[in-house]
Ligand binder design. Structure first.
Ligand code: HEM
Length: 252
């Protein structure tokens, strides 16, 4: 069958692959979903995990950019970058919908097939925790045999967090979060504080949805990563990034 361009329609003839396939690496992307069982639910599980990993990496880029902009005292640009990242966080949160119908029985169909794999071993997620200021050096350990991952995480640990960068930018302007929130004439810093709160709130919400998904599909059983499972996650689920911004709420 010969396909041709009709009227004002798009171009349909290309040599080799399409420019779209080249630009998006779609063939590579679509070759990466390799379920280990026949369970239909496993495909959703893999896609959900991969979508979240992509969004973790996107957020890392955005938050590192925002940190650089804060270091350069460009508060407006940093606020704009953080606002854009909130869109990615909203998609990240709604990605849980991909697992919204997963039952314990369906999870059980492929649970053994992934062995000791656990999101706990996600270095994309760990970068985000470190960037937000939740720096637990022990969390680098699972990657000990992956030198480039260790180097990258250790660099993140050594660098100022987004929280440090925001506080330093505020200090260089000769003020504090309390003054800013008490009506000082620094509206750009007030906006920065509020967008950081929006980031923090969404990050906590992702953790909460993760924990409720865990309760739903595996109860209080131990995790594949070797932890106690839900009770281990519950210890940190409400850790709040940017503690000074939350503390200011007590003073107003
Ligand atoms: C319903 C499916 C899921 C279940 C039952 C589940 C279960 C668990 C459990 C029990 C842990 C604790 C560590 C362990 O012992 O394994 C954990 C950690 C983790 N999971 Fe999941 N998980 C699910 C889906 C996901 C997805 C889709 C992601 C996205 C990448 C993810 C990311 C993580 C991360 C980042 C951690 C570490 C959290 C931290 O260090 O505080 N999980 N998961």
């Amino acid at each position: 069958m010969v396909y041709g361009r009709r009227g004002s329609g798009p171009k349909v003839e290309f040599e080799g692959t399409t420019p779209y396939a080249d630009y998006t690496h779609i063939e590579t992307l679509l070759s990466l979903q390799t379920p280990r069982t026949q369970s239909p639910a496993e495909y959703s599980f893999i896609v959900a995990t991969q979508v979240m990993e992509l969004l973790f990496t996107l957020l890392r880029h955005e938050w590192e950019t925002a940190r650089t902009q804060l270091d350069a005292d460009d508060v407006r640009a940093a606020t704009r970058t953080l606002r854009r990242s909130i869109g990615a966080q909203d998609v990240l949160i709604s990605s849980w919908q991909l697992l919204a119908t997963l039952t314990p029985n369906e999870f059980g169909e492929f649970r053994d097939a992934f062995g000791e794999a656990s999101g706990f071993q996600s270095y994309g997620y760990r970068h985000l925790e470190f960037l937000l200021g939740n720096k637990r050096p022990g969390m680098v350990c699972p990657h000990a045999e992956m030198p480039s991952v260790v180097a990258d995480l250790e660099k993140q640990l050594a660098e100022p967090s987004l929280d440090d960068a925001a506080k330093a930018a505020v200090a260089r302007r000769g003020t504090s979060w309390l003054e800013i929130y008490s009506g000082s004439k620094q509206p750009d810093l007030y906006e920065l504080g509020e967008v950081l709160m929006e980031v923090a709130e969404r990050f906590i919400r992702w953790r909460q949805l993760h924990l409720t998904a865990v309760w739903r599909v595996m109860g209080d059983k131990p995790g594949s990563g070797g932890s106690a499972g839900a009770s281990w996650l519950a210890k940190t689920v409400h850790d709040r990034p940017f503690p000074d911004l939350w503390a200011v709420r007590n003073e107003l």
